[in-house]
Design a binder for this molecule. Structure first.
Ligand code: C2E
Ligand code: CA
Ligand code: CA
Ligand code: CA
Length: 280
């Protein structure tokens, strides 16, 4: 046992120790970052393939760290999740996105819809006694349908009544639900039927290698047929080329999102993009 202990100790290399310290420091900085308004949202257009029209966008968080510069959400969201701070960050994201969609329903499109990402942890500790999102939208004079909540497949494996009831409440309020990164998790047909899911987002990893005849094209087609049979719309993520767009359009995909159309944009830049992309 002593030997094992020594071996275990030897795993704790300076590099690992440094990584752990960086995480601890970032967890601390996240808290002050929220108070000091270091976060902002950017918006990526979601394009309706059949018409080219843009009346949906995904809100993505950005963190301008005072000394580290721009920190990727892929890096800090997991830290926010494990430290529990994701609940407060998530509430901030909701508030910002709700205000933005309220504006854009007046200035851009009456049915404008904003997607926000919601981590599993947010379903477990919903807002320390705050009103649920649906009531807060209602208080702002907004219908539930102005918002889409993006969840991941892992959440649907959680059969706790808390998660199930939360998802049901979203659906009852007309808030739509989108299944993010579809195809990368424990995809199962049974949960797609069990929950009221409005959109499937085909993960970027399937879109990346789309060429005529590719296995991934067959997979995308199968996902689209299945989603439509279950009454869901399909969004393809990570569309970077016109070939990918055309293959997805031909396969009957409903919406696409990716650098081909636009990177995620600050609100003012999104408005400029929207004006320029309007069919004349
Ligand atoms: P996601 O929800 O899957 O978001 C899509 C990611 O793909 C975004 O990265 C987006 O900028 C990027 N992307 C969009 N188009 C393309 C493309 O054509 N090619 C490539 N290679 N990438 C593209 P981002 O903004 O860095 O976000 C990373 C992840 O962080 C998100 O993945 C999401 O899981 C998480 N995240 C971002 N914002 C939030 C948030 O407000 N709350 C929560 N809980 N998670 C968030
Ligand atoms: Ca997402
Ligand atoms: Ca629904
Ligand atoms: Ca995704």
């Amino acid at each position: 046992a002593k030997g094992a202990g020594r071996n275990r100790f030897s795993f704790f290399t300076p590099a690992l120790q440094e990584a752990a310290q960086t995480r601890a420091r970032l967890a601390h900085d996240l808290r002050s970052g929220l108070q000091e308004q270091q976060f902002r949202l950017v918006y990526q257009p979601i394009v309706e393939l059949a018409t080219g029209s843009v009346h949906k966008a995904e809100a993505l968080i950005r963190w301008q760290h005072p000394t580290r510069g721009l920190v990727s959400p892929a890096h800090f969201i997991p830290i926010a999740e494990s430290s529990g701070l994701i609940v407060d960050i998530g509430e901030w994201v909701f508030q910002q996105a709700a205000r933005q969609v309220q504006t854009w329903r007046q200035t851009l499109h009456p049915d404008f819809q904003i997607s926000v990402n919601k981590s599993p942890a947010q379903f477990h500790h919903d807002g320390h006694g705050l009103q649920p999102w649906a009531s807060r939208l209602q208080a702002m004079g907004l219908p539930g349908a102005c918002m889409v909540v993006e969840i991941t497949e892992g959440l649907l494996l959680d059969t706790s009544t808390r998660v199930t009831e939360h998802l049901l409440a979203l659906g009852d309020a007309g808030i739509q639900v989108s299944l993010d990164d579809f195809g990368t998790g424990y995809s199962s047909l049974s949960y797609l039927q069990k929950f009221d899911i409005d959109f499937l987002k085909i993960d970027q990893s399937f879109v990346r290698h789309l060429v005529p005849g590719a296995t991934d094209l067959a997979l995308c087609k199968a996902i689209i047929v299945m989603a439509h049979a279950l009454g869901m719309k399909v969004v393809a993520e990570g569309v970077e080329t016109t070939l990918q767009r055309d293959l997805l359009t031909a396969a009957g995909c409903d919406y696409a999102q990716g650098y081909l159309f636009s990177h995620p944009l600050a609100a003012a830049d999104f408005e400029a993009y929207w004006s320029a992309s309007r069919p004349t």
